[in-house]
Design a protein around this ligand. Structure first.
Ligand SMILES: C[S@@+](CC[C@H](N)C(=O)[O-])C[C@H]1O[C@@H](n2cnc3c(N)ncnc32)[C@H](O)[C@@H]1O
Length: 209
């Protein structure tokens, strides 16, 4: 019998933004894998679970062993297709072994919260990586959405964009804890953003409108 790895996007965090298809897969899972926060929110005691931490090879090895005997469900934040464990799972197991359930990306929710469309936006991740300066350079009318982290935080990105020619008065929005009770959205200029503290893991939208 062939067993599969379901990669379920769980959205930005609140169960209000979890698709029913993902909810069903998670409820029916006998092996459930995810961040500590996701497992706390969605796992039950009768399910086998494994926490995704910094040891990605350890997670992949656990999945490899488990999927030889039964189906496995891996929860990832937001949408699996946008900077998630899906890339490593595809490399290790191949797409034919995977069933992907989409989720609402934190980027989608950020643009929705600020009432703007993202069809013309350049979407980049600065979470654990650094985007190319060429991609970040200013162009009139340009719109960008970033995933951020503690190092490449909004203050770092705002300062970098000003150095790369963005007008300091350009509007930006910092969106943290999206979908949670402590959701916080700040509308600033890039100059103000370059001095801001906090907002480490958030979505930053920058737009020359
Ligand atoms: C590994 S990436 C995962 C992105 C995810 N696949 C998605 O589609 O949203 C983690 C980053 O996503 C962003 N993020 C995830 N959940 C968020 C939330 N609830 N509020 C704000 N940003 C969030 C932060 O930039 C965080 O550092």
């Amino acid at each position: 019998m062939e067993y599969y790895i379901t990669v379920a996007g769980i959205g930005p965090g609140s169960p209000d933004y979890l698709l029913p298809a993902a909810s069903k897969a998670i409820a029916n899972a006998s092996v459930l894998i995810g961040s500590r926060r996701a497992l706390t929110a969605f796992s039950r005691k009768d399910q086998k679970s494994y926490v995704i931490g910094s040891d990605i090879e350890g997670v992949l090895a656990y999945i490899e062993k488990a999927v030889a005997a039964e189906d496995v469900v891996v929860m990832v934040s937001g949408d699996p297709g946008f900077y998630s464990l899906l890339a490593a799972l595809k490399d290790r197991f191949g797409s034919a072994k995977l069933k992907v359930i989409p989720g609402i990306s934190s980027v989608q929710l950020a643009f929705a919260r600020i009432g703007r469309f993202w069809q013309d936006a350049l979407l980049l991740s600065m979470h654990g990586r650094r985007a190319d300066d060429g991609a970040l350079a200013f162009q009139p009318g340009k719109k960008m959405g970033f995933l951020t982290d503690g190092k490449h935080n909004p203050a770092f990105i705002a300062e970098l964009l000003i150095k790369l020619g963005w007008p300091p008065a350009t509007q930006c929005w910092l969106c943290e804890n999206l979908s949670y009770d402590n959701e916080n959205i700040a509308a600033l200029t890039l100059e103000e953003g370059s001095k801001v503290t906090g907002f480490h893991h958030c979505v930053m939208v920058v737009s020359d409108e």
